[in-house]
Design a protein. Structure first.
Length: 270
């Protein structure tokens, strides 16, 4: 039995699917890259797929092994910059998982298009793949948005030469701003700061008005710090001249976190 392979159609299909997979990996793992780099990596991956597909004397399992073990890791390395080996493994697992999920959804959705199972058309396959990728992307977006609200971050505060390490909770309900420059305010457990407050110059101390349940009007003692570093395990972000309010009452669950981060200091997922 002989088969006719249309190289251009196979390349286009692999290019589009690889682009979708890389986009889903980027979204699921919180990675960063440019659209140009992502499409260039997909184009290179599609070209390698064609080379493997046309290897003479190689069986289907051998070609599948080469694609999974050789091409996919190279595709990820070309598309993203990884900080750790753990992130590479996570992205690789995520890519294969999204590939299986995407393939299953394409197979299911294809049943609703007439003629897809008996005589699949390239453009119909791409249309179904686009719909499936959009649905997976939407699920990932909703999941990460919900998770971000209760996520813990490693925070480093500079108390004018003395560094304080603590854990911060992303608090979507924190809408506190200092009234002078409308800068966002984070809330730190006062006991965590301890004697470090003595290092803050008098001119860098404020009173920030706030409203809360059970207290219509109140004032929080706050300080301006030179910088604050927020690390979510994937990216470190440094903010200059941050305002941190001190809570007289212990924060709920302070054994897990000592700080409530304002939403503006939390990386927004795309």
């Amino acid at each position: 039995m002989q088969y006719i392979i249309y190289i251009d159609k196979v390349w286009l299909m692999d290019f589009v699917l690889s682009t979708y997979l890389l986009f889903l990996v980027r979204q699921a793992c919180g990675l960063k890259n440019s659209f140009l780099r992502l499409t260039a990596a997909s184009a290179a991956g599609a070209s390698l797929f064609i080379v493997i597909l046309l290897l003479p004397g190689a069986g289907f399992l051998t070609k599948l092994f080469l694609q999974a073990v050789c091409v996919n890791p190279l595709l990820l390395k070309a598309a993203f910059s990884f900080r750790t080996k753990e992130m590479v493994v996570k992205a690789y697992i995520c890519m294969n998982g999204c590939g299986i999920l995407l393939g299953g959804m394409v197979a299911c959705l294809s049943g609703y298009l007439p003629g897809m199972r008996s005589k699949p058309d390239l453009w119909r396959v791409l249309l179904v793949s686009t719909v499936a990728a959009a649905l997976v992307s939407l699920c990932l977006y909703i999941g990460r948005k919900r998770k971000r609200g209760g996520r813990l971050y490693a925070v480093k505060l500079d108390f004018y030469g003395e560094m304080l390490m603590c854990r911060g909770l992303a608090d979507s309900g924190n809408s506190l701003y200092e009234p002078y420059g409308r800068r966002p305010v984070c809330v730190l457990d006062g006991q965590a700061a301890g004697g470090l407050l003595e290092k803050v110059p008098p001119e860098k101390r404020y009173l920030v008005p706030f409203h809360s349940i059970g207290k219509r009007h109140g004032l929080l003692f706050a300080v301006e710090l030179p910088c604050m570093e927020v690390d979510d395990g994937e990216e470190k972000r440094v903010f200059q001249k941050v305002v941190v309010a001190l809570s007289d009452e212990p924060l709920t669950g302070k054994t897990e976190y000592q700080m409530l981060l304002h939403p503006e200091f939390v990386r927004q997922e795309e």
